[in-house]
Write a new protein. Sequence first.
Length: 118
Amino acid sequence: QVHLVQSGGGLVQAGGSLTLSCVGPGRTFNNYRTGWFRQEPGKEREVVAQISGEGITTRYADSVKGRFTISRDNAKSTVYLHMNSLTHEDTAVYYCAAALGAGRYTDWGQGTQVTVSS
């Protein structure tokens, strides 16, 4: 189990940008596939973006393709979610999560609110 600590988020106007950060456990962080998820009130949590342990492979939800970028710096044990051209529909609580290898996501950050004003 790994401890993930998130930072970033907040209130931004539509069309604006935000970057979320997620700090992982240290030297072994490159063993973990990492993802960003989001959840709106009353809705299921959905995956937004994922990145492999070495940062070679990324995947995005269709709703954020071309606007969001996931990246990681394993030297800093940190994964980022750069969000551009934000819309009101991006308003949600965002979570980072880690999965060892090809396994399920089992470790979660504390969540951070992103609110986009229209």
